[in-house]
Structure formats: C-alpha cells, structure tokens
Ligand binder design. Structure first.
Ligand code: IDP
Ligand code: MG
Length: 187
C-alpha cells in the first residue's frame, strides 16, 4: 500500500456501471469492460446477475412517470446484466463521457453508445449520474462498514444510513485492492 499515491478518500468516487441485457446478448461485455480498464479506473466489483422486477423499479424509480417506464423495466429484466463498480477520482462524470449520450444516435463516435448502439431503448450500458447515486447504486458503504473504525455517519453526511441503501451489491461482494499499475497512473 502506497499512501502517497492514493488520493484522499473523499476525492475517490464510485460509479455503478452495468452492461444491460442487450450488451450481454450481443457479446459486448469484454469490449465495454475494456474501455474502463484501459482508461485507468479501478474495478472493485463485478458479477453476472439476473435483475428482478423490484430492483429494476427501485433503480429507475425517478423515471416512474415516464411513458417508457414499463418497457424499460421489461428490458432491464429481460436477461442477465453485468454489474460493475469502478472507482477513482472523477470516475462518475468521466464514465458518463465514455458512455455517451442517452440516445445512441446523438452519442459521439468514440463513446460506447456512439460506437455500439442505435436506439435509446437498447443503449447497452448504464452509468451512475452523480457521486451520490454512485454510492447508492454500488453499495460502497458496505465495504467501508467492514473496515474497523470507519464512521458511517460521516459517509452518509446526515447520519441517516437508510439513504445509503445498497442497490446492486451485497456485503462481501466488493474488493478493496491496489492495482500494480497505480504508480504509473497517478503521480
Ligand atoms: P441515462 O441512462 O443516459 O442516464 P436516463 O434518462 O436516466 O438515461 O434513462 C435511463 C434509461 O431509460 C436509458 O438509458 C434508456 O435505457 C431508457 N430510456 C430513457 N429515455 C427513453 C426513451 O425515450 N425511450 C425508451 N427508453 C428510454
Ligand atoms: Mg440516468
């Protein structure tokens, strides 16, 4: 462990990246993982998972009133997804750039959606839209809870842990590690 190479904990964000069922069915899992790997972010969680309706509804609860909501829930639960946690300074906004616009026809070439998809309803990948949602969707706090002495009330901001309900990962599923390439990515 090289503390001088590691950004302070408050600066490090987590984002929940998910290869949606169309990405899995189309064999794009490796391609999508590669893009985050090559960029230099750190993978701290990864699994193939069949999402159930309740979780899909909770994940997309902000879109409940949209006309496409029922088909969105059907889409996300239609087959296995690949759930990932990527970690790093600025990872949330950077991952959204790597992913590209929601509508793949408007997404820039070079982005995942710009290169690999044509329709909003089949846009192959999800990425958290804010550091707060990154925490909520990844369940980052579960890992921190395992570390003795971590004050969860600091992590939650309010002391209310219910706001940190983990959506996609369970206790013990995330890994804390230092990649061998760390000193070659961060000065
Ligand atoms: P985002 O995934 O780029 O953050 P959101 O607006 O949060 O986009 O929408 C979540 C997901 O809902 C999209 O990725 C897409 O799969 C689906 N979606 C959004 N808008 C539409 C639409 O107009 N038609 C069909 N599906 C949509
Ligand atoms: Mg969104």
């Amino acid at each position: 462990f090289l503390p001088h190479l590691v950004a302070s904990l408050e600066q490090v964000e987590q984002t929940y990246i998910m290869v949606k069922p169309d990405g899995v069915q189309r064999g794009l899992v490796g391609e999508i993982i590669s893009r985050f790997e090559r960029k230099g972010f750190k993978l701290t969680g990864l699994k193939l998972f069949q999402c159930h309706k309740e979780l899909a509804e909770e994940h997309y609860k902000d879109l409940k009133t949209k006309s496409f909501y029922p088909t969105l829930i059907d889409y996300i639960t239609s087959g296995p997804v690949v759930c990932m946690v990527w970690e790093g300074v600025g990872v949330v906004a950077s991952a959204r750039k790597l992913i590209g616009s929601t509508n793949p026809l408007q997404a820039e070439p070079g982005t995942i959606r710009g290169d690999l998809a044509v329709q909003t309803g089949r846009n192959v990948v999800h990425g958290s839209d804010s550091p707060e949602n990154g925490k909520r969707e990844t369940g980052r706090f579960l890992l921190l809870k395992e570390k003795k002495g971590w004050d969860l009330s600091v992590e939650s901001g309010t002391g209310d842990l219910s706001s940190l309900a983990a959506l996609w990962f369970k206790e013990g599923e995330l890994c804390e590690w230092t990649p061998a390439q760390a000193p070659w990515l961060m000065e």
